[in-house]
Ligand binder design. Sequence first.
Ligand code: SAM
Ligand code: DTB
Ligand code: SF4
Length: 335
Amino acid sequence: MTVSAHVVTPQASAVAPAENLPVRNNWTQAEILALFGKPLMDLLYEAQGVHRLYHDPNKVQLSQLISIKTGGCAEDCAYCSQASSHQKGTGLTATKLLEVERVIASAKKAKEGGASRYCMGAAWTGPKDRDLDSLTAMVKGVKELGMETCMTLGMLSDHQTASLKEAGLDYYNHNVDTSEEYYSKIITTRTYRDRIDTLERVRAAGINVCSGGIVGMGEERADRAGMLRTLANLPEHPQSVPINMLVAVPGTPLESVEALDPFEFVRTIAVARIMMPRSEVRLSAGRQSMSEELQAMCFFAGASSIFYGEQLLTTPNPKNNKDMALFEKLGISPF
Ligand code: SAM
Ligand code: DTB
Ligand code: SF4
């Protein structure tokens, strides 16, 4: 039987060469919704094209988390196991700030396991000045191991930001979490403006910004688009953009929210990649319940980083050997 050759005509690339691709900070909601609304294959093709202009498509960065102070938080974020108002339901035990030596010892293990960035998270509205010496010692100690440092401590004052910068902090994580419109449905103890103010302080101090959010909290597509619009229209794109799939923790107000369609999650990654072409887009919380195929689609859509290690802050994450087996199958290597 003869099979007629299927001639593939080379198509014009969907994206411009890197040097012609403007980094935009003026995205409109209509443009973003138009990206979300594309046929999935067109969206993925465009996102992968943009991804290849600035990133090695076969490399994924590994960041490891540690909770340096767990629970007892005065904020009321509806998704969070660590809000003191949800702790009765979640059964989480609050801890004090970990000792510096313990944090550095855990960072060393994370480095040996292959992580290149260490992200230290605290369940605070913001740090107290009395904690600053310990926090700066953690930054210095982790940097001495040759790892990048990231902290997420809530709202920062000017002098706290300056102390962290002086200690050598590389990244500060502070998520906008959702759209401005949906924010008050999720958090009532602070405002969207509070988040933007801390991001401005961090950027002004010359610390790299890590800011993203959570999807699957019962929001509409317009809110996912609005969240990306806020992030991409900041004066500078955040250097890292974590996209978290809600981990619906039993005992939190969002425990029984309807799960987001996985393809909508992939679309969110792809749109983030197109809008913020140079940023690291991190496939963040939620991987524990994602199939390997879904994660592979996220990498194709432009995710260039993951949280690595068997624990996020209070919830589980895939084991290192499981992630390495997946990378092996996909021909991806960590950096
Ligand atoms: N307390 C600080 C703050 O809120 O900025 C820092 C730690 S807080 C736990 C860091 C981020 O974790 C949140 O902004 C949120 O995006 C993410 N997060 C918390 N709980 C989550 C959950 N159940 N599912 C997905 N992401 C979550
Ligand atoms: C981010 O965007 N996701 C991380 C990190 N930044 C601090 C936290 C995810 C937490 C998931 C729920 C938990 O383990 O408590
Ligand atoms: Fe506190 Fe952060 Fe959890 Fe909100 S997300 S309750 S601020 S630890």
